[in-house]
Structure formats: C-alpha cells, structure tokens
Design a protein around this ligand. Sequence first.
Ligand code: CMP
Length: 483
Amino acid sequence: MAANGSNQKNRFIVFMLATAVVALALYLLLHFELELRAYLGARLTSHAVQDSLVRIPQLILWSVLAFLGVRALNGVTFDFVFRIRRGYEAPALVRNIFSMVAFTILFVLIFQHIYSEVNLGALFTTSAIFGVIIGLALQDTLGNFFAGISLHADRPFQVGDVIVVGQQKHTGVVESINWRAVKLRTFQNHIVLVSNSIAAKEAIEVAPRDNLNARLMYFSTIYTDSPAKTIHVVREAVRDADNVSEKIIPIVRIRNLGDSAIEWEIKYWLEDYAKYNDTDALVRQRTWYALRRNGLTFAFPTRTLHLERKVATRPTTAEDEIADRLSAVDVFAPLSTDELRQLAMATVGHVFAPGETLIRAGDEGSSMFVVHNGRVQVQLTESGKSRPVAVLSEGNFFGEMALFTGEPRTASVVALEETEVLEIGHAAMKHLFETNPSLVESISWTIAERRAGLAASAQQSAPDSISESAGLLTSIKHFFGLR
Ligand code: CMP
C-alpha cells in the first residue's frame, strides 16, 4: 500500500513537471512567434517551409498539452467519481474510450485553430484511400475494440470469475477486461491474454464468483463393497472438507457399473471456486482415509481372478501394543493384564485425516475412543462458530459421555493431525463394568469433570461435581443394567 502511494506521488510530480515544461515551451513559441518568423524569413527562401517550421511545433506542443489535460481529466473523473464516490473501479475499457474520444475532439479543434484554411471534413470525406488504409490497418484493433464494448455491455463474466475460454481451454481468474484483451491469471500464476474478438467468438465456460459452483470427482470401489455404506461414508468425509459449501450436501452416486469396479462420482459445491485445485485434492485425501477406515477398497482395473482377502480391522497395530496403550489410560488402571488384553482384542482401530470430524455434537453414540496416536480437539459450536474446549492426545479418551449415559454427543471432536483412535463398544464396557465396579465410579468422575468444563465453556453455571458424579453413577449403572 505504501509503495503504491509513493508511486502515485512520483507519477503526479512527473505529470506536473511535464505539463510545466510543455506549457513554458508553448508560451515561448507563441510569445516569440513574430521574431521566429522574421529569423526564419531571413534564412529560408520557401515560404511554406518557414510556415511549417512555426506551425508544426505549435501543433505538437498543443497536442501534448491536450493529451496531458485528457489524462488529468480521466484521473479526476474515474479515480474520484467512480472509486471514491461510487466505491468501485471504472472498467479500463470505459476509461480508454473516454480518453480517445476526448483527445480526438481536442486534436481536431487544435488542428482547425492552427490550420484554419484546411477543411478537415472535406479531407476525411473525400479521402477514400485514407479510409481504406486506416480501415485495413485497424481491422484487428477495431474488431477487439467493438468486441470489448459488447463484452462490457453483455457482462457474460466479471473480474474475479473463473473462466475456461477458447479451443486451448485457457483457464484462470479474470483480472481485467480492457479495449484489447481479457487478462486471465492461470492457476500456475501465469498471465494469459485472450483478445476480445476471440473471447466474443469462442464458447466460454464461466464459474461466477458469487455463485455456488460444483465440482465432480471420480473414484472406484470393488463390487463386494456395499453401495449404501460407500455413499454414507464418502459423503460424511467430504462434507466438512475446507471450502466445500455447507449449503448443499455433497452427492455421492454410482456413475457406472464397470467391468472390474463400481465407478463413483462425488459432486460438491465450493465456497471459493478459484481454490478448486486444493479442494479437489483434499476431497481425494478425505475419500482415501474414509474408505480405508471403513474397510472399503479402491478398485484397480483388472480382469484377473484374485482371491478376496478380508480387510484387516486393524492394519497398523498389534494386540500387545494396544494393551500397552490401554494400560496407560487412567480409568483403566485397575484392570488386570488379562482384562487389558481382552479389551485390546475388542477394540477397532480407525485412522482420521487432519481436520476430519470424529464425533459430531448431537449425534447418537454407542462407543468411546482412546487416542492411540495424534491429537484431537473437543469443540462446542455456537451460532455456527466452533469454540475449542480441550485438546486430547495419546492415552486420553473421549466419547464416554454418550456411551455411558445414552444421551446425544455433547461436543464435536475433530482431528488436529493424522490421528489413530481405538474404538471401544458398549458390549466390551459392559463386561468390564460387571467385573470391575470401581471402573464405573472413576468414569463418572471424569464425566462430571468434563460436564463442568463444558458448562464453563458455554458460560453456564457449573454443576457441583460431587453430587453430579453420584447422580451419574446411578444412571450409568441403570443404563448398563448393573446392580
Ligand atoms: P460425548 O458426549 O460422547 O462426545 C463428545 C465428547 O467430548 C464427550 O463425550 C467427551 O468425551 C468429550 N468432552 C466433552 N467435554 C469435554 C471436556 N471439557 N474436556 C475433555 N473432553 C470433553
């Protein structure tokens, strides 16, 4: 901004200096015209040459002055009236047309003043050859010029829109439209200039900036995977990716039943279409993680018969390692080695990508999770904005509230980095509670503490943890059918 300001200042100083120099030269020329004519008369014999040597410099200096005047008028009109009064920039084409028309009128007036004996009108109307030459020379320029006017009048696209134009499919964000060309900035940060006449002739695909534009992404799964499950899993994974609009839920549908795969199409709508490369990549990443987590398999094109291998429920972790992890979880401290092993066998591992939602507030939930690797954030959502409540890392657990009370999930939990969690279901916990009554108590303490944390975060009055925990104990026992 500061560089821009000083640039403008420099331009203003140069402009004023140029105007002063030209005005001074013109003044001197007019003031000493008689002396100059006498001087030239004494040296040159041809009267025509003498006359030209006086009038041509006058014509040039007046024209330069007129040019500077038009620029000043252009600046005042468009910078001041449009940008400051109306709050938006005047199109470059309008500015150029204004300058050209104003300068032509001034030039004709100056010419008529200096060469009053020449009939310009007759010169133009009778000079057919002149017209043909000018017409041929300006063919392309005029074509672009009029195409530019029609682009401005039609407004098929505007600055900031993403367009695909021409047979070469030039794609980019429109930066400007002037009298000659449309300027695009491509996604490699290159500039492409498409002449107006081409833009007016060719088909243009426009993704307007203030429109929800959709993208399509394709993938394939093997025939043994359930379509209903694939639709649910992929839709949930894609819908909360950055820049995917929340206004329309993504569509996941079968595009084709191919030779060796079910071929899928995901359609999702973008908040900012100019960032579609990043969003497409994120959607592919989310799809990969979601398929893997849910035991769904990408298809590879083959006709070879291959034996279907059962997808391992836990590809990355061994039972001992899991038992080790569970032994470090504070509420499981009272469990014996055997019990930890049994619990380890009952867990299911899932991997989540950074930014993915593991638990959505308000959903039903019948399992809890232990963080095996990575970190997650517990969030409360208030009027569309999420507020962090806590960060949980390796050895912490979450999701116990809905599991033990049967109530909806109290908060959302989002992965802060690639995170592997161990899921423990209702049945496994019930078995543990029956053999370890003290476990119910320690879990009720954690729940009571977390409820207090949530209430404080939501700025409600925090319930008394001791009586809360006693109440919870009874309701958990009741929910699990324990005595
Ligand atoms: P649940 O309600 O099943 O789903 C959201 C989970 O976020 C919740 O269980 C808790 O495990 C966790 N949670 C809620 N509040 C807090 C808190 N204050 N500190 C840590 N974890 C919390």
